[in-house]
Design a protein around this ligand. Structure first.
Ligand SMILES: [Mn+2]
Length: 320
């Protein structure tokens, strides 16, 4: 039988929370400004950001991880809803709902996510994608590539403990960057936060062979971030468009236990905030996804809360 890919409108009930002030925008929280719309209702440059959820952990299942990231998009919405809306009040975010991966139809769901992302970009709106396992990134990439066309160069900056370049025959949450670099001669890959004991020597060799640029977790914050910033500057300059993706398992397990594969020696969350906000300021950054938030294995919702805060910080920094 063939599984279908389903799109659902975001539940308005997710965008609720405390009301400090019902009329003064200075007192608003996210739930008071985010509107829920169908993709087809988006106007030209009507919204600064378009939130799209990818309710999938099929890639995590195929990669033999702990499933639950399909619950990520709605959990992140619920937490983000409660945060103060300390962003530009002019053009506000819109939520166009979730693309669901039903059954094992990952490739179809990624293609559908790509159609959503491309359409949001075509409307002059910045996609903010809530995963989903890190297989979200592949759908994100399809949409970004479709939007910019085949000839422009696209650079992907990934904050991750893992390369996600496995040589498995079936696409999963561990294969996306190998897929992209093998298929797309105009794509570049910069990975920040690699754990030495999170990847085999063979994966390091694959990364080097396919031209992946990377920085180890232990080197990111050294020299007051100057080496990292230089690397990001150089990488951004070499690509027409840049996409950004955060694999939440790059963050230390003490701060982000709610992921499929926790990193005991992962990055400090404040370091990740610095990386996200630095990259978001680049003029040619076009989109962002946060992946691998798994509410089912979280502790006291702290990974979900961290994710919502990182999303808000990233949105506030976009093109600033
Ligand atoms: Mn990853």
């Amino acid at each position: 039988m063939r599984w279908v890919v389903i799109h659902t409108l975001a539940d308005e009930q997710l965008w609720t929370g405390r009301v400090d002030d019902a009329s003064d925008p200075a007192g608003f929280r996210f739930h008071q400004v985010v509107s829920v719309k169908e993709l087809d209702e988006l106007g030209e440059r009507e919204h600064a950001f378009g939130i799209v959820g990818f309710a999938s952990d099929e890639g995590v299942r195929r990669n033999k991880g702990r499933q639950g990231a399909a619950q990520g998009p709605d959990a992140i919405r619920q937490q983000l809803a409660k945060l103060p809306y300390n962003l530009d009040k002019g053009i506000v975010p819109v939520d166009i709902g979730n693309v669901h991966c039903e059954g094992h139809a990952l490739e179809e769901a990624q293609a559908e996510l790509g159609r959503h992302v491309a359409k949001v970009l075509d409307k002059g709106t910045t996609p903010i994608i809530f995963g989903g396992g890190h297989e979200t990134l592949y759908g994100h990439y399809l949409g970004a590539r479709d939007h910019i066309g085949p000839d422009k160069t696209i650079g992907i900056i990934n904050i991750d403990a893992h390369f996600d370049m496995r040589d498995d025959p079936e696409p999963s949450s561990g294969t996306m960057f190998r897929q992209i670099l093998e298929e797309d001669a105009n794509a570049g890959y910069l990975c920040l936060g690699i754990q030495e004991f999170g990847n085999t020597e063979a994966l390091f060799a694959t990364a080097r062979k396919l031209g992946c640029e990377y920085m180890l977790e232990k080197d990111i914050a050294a020299n007051d971030f100057q080496d990292t910033f230089t690397k990001i500057d150089d990488f951004s300059k070499r690509h027409d468009a840049v996409m950004m993706t955060l694999c939440t398992d790059s963050i230390a397990a003490s701060s982000a236990p709610g992921v499929s594969a926790p990193s005991p020696l992962g990055l400090d969350p404040k370091t990740v905030k610095i990386l996200l906000t630095y990259v978001a300021r680049k003029r040619n950054v076009i989109s962002f996804d946060i992946s691998e938030v798994n509410p089912l294995v979280d502790e006291s919702n702290k990974t979900v809360k961290l994710a919502a805060n990182l999303v808000a910080e990233t949105m506030r920094s976009f093109h600033k």
